[in-house]
Design a binder for this molecule. Structure first.
Ligand code: ZN
Ligand code: ZN
Length: 300
């Protein structure tokens, strides 16, 4: 591939990669009464603990995962799944909350009933978990950072039905709050049907080859963080000369990506996405070391 081709690809990717802010500001807690974005009840916030504008009862109900047992998938209980897996394509996955009855109903309201105002609230929960994950890694690797957030793509069919991809919206919230760019670097190769109704074994089979990297967008993963909000013209001037060689903007550090999805169940979706991304990256950018992590709202 010529340098000009690479540069053109990178610029196309940046256009689609520049993080759009978290749509819908979080409800701020005012001394006057406010409506809770989850239950809709009006409440007075004075002196009460409120997370992201939720009423005290809903704030209480958030089933945070504070202590993890499985260092791979972040499960709060002992985990047989990760012990059984012979090789994972991702380093570690973390989730903000348990998938209990409250979270199940919040996600259903958000995803299936189109209550998009819940997106920023759920995104804020994930941003909280993202900060924890960063702190956890930085305790061992002080320079640890994520180069990009990559949302798990929705099938065309599901997107048409729902009108939005929850993973993209959640990624855009986490990106805005934690200053990490979002790059939609994955695509679905086919429709997979509804994952919620199938067994663990079927799920594993179902995700094989389901995702592929969107190779035209991969160059955007390598751009230094502070360049991604700059104008296309200034990026052309800066990066055009350098795109002929293998992109290595961060000296000695691997490229670290954080996959974003709403629910982690068996890990087969995350594993398939991570596998597809690493395969393309290793093939197109030989010599680049890649580490893939995942963050989901809920752990079922
Ligand atoms: Zn509430
Ligand atoms: Zn596990």
């Amino acid at each position: 591939m010529s340098a000009a081709d690479l540069a053109a690809r990178a610029l196309r990717a940046i256009r689609s990669a520049v993080t759009i802010g978290c749509s819908g500001a979080l409800a701020m807690l005012s001394p006057a009464s406010a409506a809770c974005p989850v239950c809709g009840r009006a409440f007075r916030g004075q002196g009460k603990v409120s997370f992201a504008g939720l009423c005290p009862a809903c704030t209480e109900a958030i089933p945070w995962i504070r202590r993890i047992e499985c260092p791979v998938c972040g499960r709060p209980e002992r985990c047989g799944d990760c012990a059984r897996r012979t090789a994972a394509s991702f380093v570690a996955s973390r989730s903000a909350v348990r998938y209990d009855a409250s979270v199940r109903s919040w996600l259903a309201t958000y995803k299936y009933r189109g209550h998009e105002a819940l997106g920023p609230v759920l995104g804020e929960m994930m941003a909280e978990a993202c900060r924890h994950l960063l702190a956890e890694r930085r305790a061992r690797y002080p320079h640890f950072r994520f180069d990009a957030l990559v949302p798990v793509p929705l099938s065309e069919e599901r997107l048409a039905e729902r009108g939005f991809n929850q993973a993209e919206q959640l990624a855009s919230c986490v990106g805005a709050r934690c200053s990490i760019p979002v790059v939609e670097a994955l695509r679905r190769t086919r429709n997979s049907g509804k994952q919620s109704y199938i067994s663990r074994r079927e799920r594993m089979r179902n995700t094989q080859g389901l995702f592929a990297a969107d190779e035209s967008r991969l160059p955007a993963l390598f751009l230094p963080n502070d360049t991604r909000s700059r104008s296309i013209e200034s990026l052309v001037a800066t990066f055009w000369p350098t795109f002929g060689s293998s992109p290595t903007p961060h000296a000695g550090q691997p490229l670290r990506l954080l996959l974003i999805d709403d629910i982690y169940t068996t890990g087969s979706t995350i594993d398939a996405c991570a596998g597809a991304l690493s395969e393309s990256l290793r093939r197109l950018y030989p010599g680049t070391s890649v580490e893939i992590y995942a963050l989901t709202l809920a752990r079922s």
